[in-house]
Ligand binder design. Structure first.
Ligand code: AHM
Ligand code: MG
Length: 332
């Protein structure tokens, strides 16, 4: 069977379908190239001398791993010269990064979590990169942090790369969700699934159950019902999975269904939740919705939220539609 590369797919989206503009296509190519470089670094593991702590912290007070810092640099460098963005922002940088060189400036804003699932780096478990593309506000010569404070509905593209047994790039430009697998010999991403769809119903849930005593009553009720299985009100057994890399957990859900939750709890309430809105919750919500799923905070649709801060955190409930609607309903 003839293989379709990411490049060919994007050209078709642009030329035949008119779904994307040429500069957005090129921006996605730059991000994909950077993700290939990150995939190589992650794949080397201990042999690359890249495991362990960097000895620094990010603005959220988290210790940075060497690979967090390296992945951030790779994405930054690639896009600084890529010519398609006006500014970048990242989990690993306190503030956004405007492109200074006028010749390299483009019309988009790129925001990313360069290496999601940092706690899994040193134990050889899947990690990933999450990214979101917004339009740079018109008439703003030097976009700062404020330019990024756009609701998720404004995203023109979102994607993630999961560095697992194979490296996969999952992408949406607003017309479905498509998955590409990295052919390591050829060094190119090959289309391996078009139009991924999340089943509306599921028997699998994903939550860090060690936080149970900190959850709010609606989430406690929902999980207790799932755990009661056949004998409980749901009248069927549910299975549980928690990788602790959002990219890997959500990738499983996009592939075979399920519900992923990092809900509000009394531990993270003061900061608004655990996961970050602009570079974790929003891009993943766009992907999940484009695949027929739903994504809420328990109270509101994530994509409708008006961000207040670059590193804002939010509660996250996403995946199979009927389950997300049920637990959201319990909050009402
Ligand atoms: P990170 O971006 O610093 O890696 O943190 C986000 C990660 C998510 O990938 C994952 O879902 C969650 O944190 C795991 O949290 P916990 O260790 O509390 O289970
Ligand atoms: Mg993360």
């Amino acid at each position: 069977m003839k293989q379709i590369s990411l490049t060919q797919f994007l050209i078709e989206e642009q030329r035949a379908k008119g779904n994307i503009k040429p500069d957005l296509r090129l921006l996605i190519e730059v991000v994909a190239r950077a993700c290939k470089a990150i995939s190589i670094a992650v794949g080397k593991g201990a042999l690359g001398g890249v495991l362990g702590d960097a000895g620094t912290g990010n603005i959220q007070g988290e210790a940075q791993k060497k690979l967090d810092v390296l992945s951030n640099e790779i994405l930054l460098e690639a896009n600084e010269w890529g010519g398609h963005v006006a500014a970048l922002a990242s989990e690993e940088m306190d503030h956004s990064y405007p492109i200074q060189n006028e010749q390299c400036k483009g019309g988009y804003l790129l925001v990313f979590d360069p290496l999601d699932g940092s706690s899994n780096i040193d134990v050889n478990i899947s990690v990933g990169t999450i990214f979101s593309v917004l339009k740079s506000p018109e008439g703003v010569a030097q976009p700062g942090d404020d330019a990024f404070l756009q609701p998720g509905t404004q995203q023109v593209a979102a994607g993630y790369t999961v560095y697992g047994p194979s490296t996969m790039l999952v992408l949406t430009v607003g017309s479905g969700v498509h998955a590409f697998t990295l052919d390591r010999e050829l060094g190119s991403f090959v289309l391996t699934q078009r139009n991924m769809q999340i089943p509306e119903d599921t028997k699998e849930y994903s939550i860090n159950a060690s936080n149970a005593r900190f959850w709010e009553p609606p989430v406690q009720r929902y999980i207790t019902e799932l755990q009661a299985g056949k004998e409980g009100p749901r009248e069927r057994d549910f299975n549980m999975r928690w990788v602790a890399s959002m990219v890997a957990d959500v990738h499983r859900i996009i592939t075979r269904g399920g519900i992923f939750m990092y809900p509000l709890d009394s531990k993270t309430k003061a900061q608004g939740g655990k996961l970050r809105l602009l570079y974790e919750a929003n891009p993943m919500s766009m992907i999940v919705e484009q695949a027929g799923g739903a994504a809420t905070t328990g109270r509101e649709r994530i994509l409708d939220l008006q961000p207040q801060k670059l590193h804002q955190r939010v509660p996250v409930i996403m995946g199979s539609k009927n389950e997300v609607e049920r637990v959201t309903g319990y909050h009402k």
